[in-house]
Design a protein. Structure first.
Length: 149
């Protein structure tokens, strides 16, 4: 049975390895400081038999962020290949959407690769809607904070 909990600093080495798998290289530390995200309570992990099988990382975007000002950005969702399609991703996204967030962050946001067509349908199940494209051509999706999960 998959369990979800907030990540702790002790999880950082495993999560850095997952980031490498997700991005195909070591993640650019200037994009999002993983340790700080953990300490801020913005990272959840999925466990199966006490083994970490995935994570969800969120970033808080301020008013000057170009694509999604004042939003809670679902930055990274990763599940190890052998655990995919078994519900862990849904549990992680739901945990992030149901978390308590500061009121100045008005909505949830995310982007995904347009070549991953199933992701639009996946996130629509959580109330996200397509809201255009980024300059890089990725699909932008948003969802009000008040939408039910």
């Amino acid at each position: 049975m998959t369990k979800i909990r907030k990540a702790t600093i002790e999880d950082v080495v495993q999560l850095e390895n997952f980031q490498k798998q997700l991005h195909g290289k070591w993640f650019d530390a200037c994009h999002c400081d993983l340790k700080q995200a953990i300490l801020s309570g913005n990272v959840w992990i999925a466990l199966d038999n006490d083994k970490i099988i995935g994570y969800q990382l969120c970033e808080l975007f301020g008013p000057k962020q170009k694509n999604f000002p004042n939003s809670i950005f679902l930055s990274e969702l990763f599940i190890i290949p052998e655990a995919r399609l078994k519900g862990a991703g849904t549990l992680l996204v739901t945990a992030a959407l149901n978390a308590t967030w500061p009121s100045e962050y008005e909505y949830f946001s995310l982007t995904h690769d347009p070549n991953e067509s199933t992701l639009t349908q996946y996130y629509e199940k959580f109330g996200f809607k397509d809201s255009g494209r980024t300059e890089a051509g990725n699909i932008k999706m948003t969802r009000p904070r008040t939408a039910g999960v």
